[in-house]
Design a protein around this ligand. Sequence first.
Ligand SMILES: [Zn+2]
Length: 329
Amino acid sequence: MPLPKAELHLHIEGSLEPELAFALAARNGVPLPYASTEELRHAYSFRDLQSFLDLYYALTAVLRTEDDFHDLADAYLRRAAAQGVRHAEIFFDPQAHTSRGVPIGTVIEGLGRALDQAEHRHGVTTRLILSFLRDQSAESALATFESARPHLHRVHGVGLDSAEVGHPPAKFREVYRLAAEAGLHRVAHAGEEGPPAYITEALDELGVERVDHGLRCLEDPALVDRLAREQVPLTVCPLSNVRLRCVDTLADHPLRRMIDAGLLVTVNSDDPAYFGGYADDNFAAVREALGLDDETLRTLAANSFTASFLDEETKAARLAEVAAYTFAD
Ligand SMILES: [Zn+2]
């Protein structure tokens, strides 16, 4: 049995495996420019960020109905559960779908139905985080949030993702203010490819409770001190960082330096279908590449529950599971 853990940085669109993409394409009569799942799987070994994004957005075209979004989330939850994930906080990008004419209600209700069943079917508790595409306008984010209002009972937080550089957090101050007013949690991608100043801005201007990625905080010692002192969780995605060339190799990954600096670091899969693995694959990869011992892995797993938006009682129960876990040799 894998180490119990929470996954806090997961884009549901990035969990679309070639087999499901083909099945949904056939179901919806959407043509795919690939002859077979093998050919598509080959395309998943993209060369750079742009070829990744091209493929990523091309494949979202197969997602059309509530059932499609349900099946996507259910497939992720099944795989995650097999990797020891006991709690998942899942991002979705409504603008990637509404821009294709799919109503936001179709997206949220489909995902929500899978999440409702997740604890019973897969033993995984869940939260749903509506993410804004930061390379779209602030007005588009506001319109997206307004259109989501009838479905906010299914949404626990807001996030900010996609191409970071040139799109500082403060651009989204107003929509984050509205989200806070609606009682939602707030997180944002910052310091992945963008500068450390974006992390500070996300904290101070958007009021985020958690920073997604946050790697580049290491360039600013005062910021590291603050993140450590305030125990701001950072959701790090090691395999993603290698595939998107934020680090050259896993052996160069700063995860251990981040842990040693006293940061509340968690390990996550980001877009697992594209980046070579799910949650426990990421744990196994950093254990191997960075020589992390069992107790460090236990700390990372405990951090994932501490940093989650679970209620205190469930959090305590999961932390007890982590503490009682016995590592196999
Ligand atoms: Zn991400």
